[in-house]
Design a binder for this molecule. Structure first.
Ligand SMILES: Cc1cc2nc3c(=O)[nH]c(=O)nc-3n(C[C@H](O)[C@H](O)[C@H](O)COP(=O)(O)OP(=O)(O)OC[C@H]3O[C@@H](n4cnc5c(N)ncnc54)[C@H](O)[C@@H]3O)c2cc1C
Length: 299
């Protein structure tokens, strides 16, 4: 209840307070901050994927600027010999403004990643963008690019069909998560158990189909069920990895790693940290309690 009140009061909470809380979930404002964080995580045995914050842009020149910044991420990864891929949201590349321009931007990034021996994962956004995102992915695949990963959201009713199609079309690398957007009940499961059940069914389809799955969750139940499925199938470490967000459930993250599973950490950074933090707080009112504590000097 208190957490929901804090979320409702977000517009009047000072940015500095939100900043205090989000420091844990965001590497910093600059690429060098992300590089420092990745180096620490790599030394601890984690691979990473780097994410430049800033989505749902309103002008195409912002997409160009984002693309250039992401190109710099690939260069930094190469120069500093970091173990990190890059994740991108298509609304950041202009998907909602001009699909052709978005395609060209993403193509440039995938090509650069290919030249540098790296990979690009296309994050999945709200349901209005799902078809267009898959279109761009299949177009790039048809051009021969194999270094692109996609994301499956287990809360979508359509996801099992999408995954069967993905496997039929050659499969590849895919991150499986619950899905973070607030979607209508007509197209999505809202009940926690339904989402978990679908998550596990999708994981089975993907492992059966020979995809490489990024199991992206901090939910103990899903982590345990996924680990059990992997063990039962004797899936090699090349067939899966766990994935978690920077700063979230670090003790779970460490224990998964100690058990010998590969684990990738999603490392967001950038000047748009405030919008990202507010979105996270709205989606996970549990963290809002930290804002309350920060406001009263107990964080
Ligand atoms: C690597 C990665 C990439 C993702 N990419 C996408 C994407 O492209 N598209 C998309 O729609 N969604 C994406 N997500 C988000 C995902 O869909 C879920 O919304 C999110 O992971 C929370 O679900 P959960 O499975 O962790 O379970 P939950 O039941 O939501 O969380 C389990 C527990 O983890 C903790 N927790 C979870 N999230 C947070 C958080 N943000 N801050 C603090 N504590 C938290 C809480 O203690 C919670 O009780 C991604 C998630 C990860 C880990």
């Amino acid at each position: 209840m208190l957490n929901r009140l804090v979320v409702a009061a977000l517009p009047v909470i000072p940015k500095s307070i939100v900043g205090l809380v989000s420091r844990r979930y965001i590497a910093g404002e600059r690429l060098t901050d992300a590089v420092d964080q990745i180096r620490i995580l790599n030394a601890g045995g984690f691979s990473c994927t780097t994410d430049l914050l800033g989505e749902y842009i309103t002008r195409l020149d912002e997409a160009d600027a984002n693309r250039r910044q992401i190109e710099a991420i690939f260069s930094a990864i190469e120069e500093q010999r970091l173990n990190s891929t890059v994740s991108v949201k298509l609304s950041q590349m202009g998907l909602l403004l001009d699909k052709g321009a978005c395609y060209k931007n993403v193509r440039a990034l995938v090509e650069l990643a290919h030249l540098k021996g790296n990979r690009l994962t296309i994050d999945m956004e709200d349901s209005s963008t799902v078809d267009a995102t898959w279109d761009i992915f299949y177009r790039l695949r048809a051009e021969g690019f194999t270094n692109i990963g996609m994301v499956a959201q287990a809360y979508l009713h359509r996801i099992q069909d999408d995954m069967r199609k993905f496997i039929r079309q050659g499969g590849g690398e895919i991150r499986l998560c619950k899905g973070i957007y607030i979607e209508p009940v007509s197209i999505s499961y809202r009940n926690r158990e339904d989402v978990r059940r679908n998550f596990m069914q999708v994981l089975e389809i993907l492992l059966d189909g020979g995809a490489k799955v990024g199991i992206a969750t901090h939910d103990d139940v899903l982590v345990e069920q996924s680990a059990a499925m992997i063990l039962k199938r004797k899936a090699p470490a090349s067939a899966y990895e766990f994935q978690m967000l920077l700063g979230v459930r670090e003790s779970l993250r460490d224990s998964v790693r100690r058990r010998g599973h590969p684990l990738r950490v999603y490392v967001p950074y950038g000047e748009s940290w405030y919008a990202y933090s507010v979105r996270r707080l709205r989606e996970n009112p549990q963290i809002a309690g930290y804002v309350f504590k920060a406001m009263f000097g107990r964080a």
